[in-house]
Design a protein around this ligand. Structure first.
Ligand code: FAD
Length: 306
């Protein structure tokens, strides 16, 4: 008969890895499923030092991701590299591109994904893979005209990372003030190579052979600006696709959970950034939630078995 796991965890970011470690520690049989080649999730995008997770001072996110990988290997936690395509609620089945797996309990830790503007030309630009890192791929911005959209830390840090080497940069923000850290905001206002458009929106990314331009609405007036690169940095939203129509959501797309991280379907738990308000998203909170969900599953099983 096909093996049935006590717990399947979807997503090997900080939350999913923590849940898997705790399941292992609690003697629950476990399968961790991750669609990327490496574990760590968003940590691969963190260029700043991580100094706020107890016991580890990581000089960047990848370093912390590598320690997660080592931890999983040391505990012999099985990881399947596959994308989960669907969850079958009635059969307690997780369907991936590499086969289907059954479990008693499911922990969904699929994190967040980039929020999109959903404007003409954006999908084509993303399909061409043109969202480069301003740290690891900084050279791609040299001598370029770069337009960054957003008003939070990622947008402002991004424009500051490239402003010294770009031909020119623009920062476009819909609001009337930035949400980013004060030190970033001050730096961006002082920088001579950054033009700031407040209360403005990007309405179209226009591609004409090699010439690229964007249409902007600057305080109500339309403008065409010629640029080489566009970076959309308007925040992240919960990666909730697998649970849509199955469990209750909040209006921001995050999954509704109880204090034990149980969703409205009792055998499905959800943890990490997928259930967390933006201002609380962090490695320590994600890891803590993984622990709570795993211990709650153990308690639920004990109750069920009397
Ligand atoms: C730029 C930046 C800087 C940050 N700095 C800090 C900091 O200094 N300190 C701090 O504590 N936090 C920081 N954070 C936040 C922290 O990184 C996150 O809160 C934390 O990593 C979230 O972990 P997670 O497991 O919930 O989600 P994620 O890391 O997003 O992991 C989700 C995983 O699920 C996988 N997945 C999604 N869908 C599927 C599917 N269908 N099938 C299989 N796998 C799937 C994804 O590939 C991913 O690996 C920062 C975040 C960013 C972006």
């Amino acid at each position: 008969m096909e093996k049935k796991y006590d717990v399947i965890v979807i997503g090997a970011g900080a939350a999913g890895v923590s849940a898997a470690i705790w399941c292992k520690r609690l003697d629950l049989t476990i399968l961790l499923i991750e669609k990327q080649a490496k574990v760590g999730g968003q940590l691969h995008r963190v260029g700043n030092p991580i100094i706020d997770y107890p016991g580890i001072m990581a000089s960047h996110g990848i370093q912390l991701a590598e320690t997660l990988q080592e931890h999983i290997q040391a505990l012999h936690i099985p990881v399947l590299q596959a994308e989960v395509l669907q969850i079958h609620e009635g059969r307690r089945e997780v369907i991936t591109e590499k086969g289907s797996f059954h479990c008693e309990y499911l922990i969904v830790a699929t994190g967040v994904k980039d929020r999109l503007l959903r404007i003409p030309g954006e999908k084509e630009m993303l399909d061409r893979g043109e969202q480069y890192s301003t740290t690891k791929e900084k050279h791609r911005f040299e001598g370029q005209k770069v337009l960054v959209v957003g008003g939070g830390d990622r947008a402002i840090e991004g424009v500051l990372n490239v402003a010294d080497i770009a031909e020119h940069t623009w920062l476009v923000h819909r609001g009337s003030h930035f949400r980013a850290q004060q030190r970033f905001v001050e730096a961006v206002h002082k920088h001579p190579n950054i033009t700031i458009f407040m209360q403005s929106e990007l309405t179209e990314i226009v591609d004409q052979h090699t010439l690229k331009a964007v249409r902007l609405r600057v305080q109500g007036r339309e403008q065409l600006v010629h640029v080489d690169r566009v970076l959309v940095r308007i925040g992240m939203e919960p990666e909730n696709q697998l649970l849509q129509g199955m469990v209750l959501h909040k209006s921001d797309g995050s999954i509704t959970v109880d204090e034990f991280y149980r969703t409205s379907v009792p055998w499905i738990f959800a943890v990490g950034d997928l259930v967390t308000a933006p201002e609380l998203r962090s490695v320590s909170w994600a890891a803590g939630q993984g622990m709570v969900a795993s211990k709650s599953i153990l308690l639920d099983r004990m109750r069920e078995k009397g």
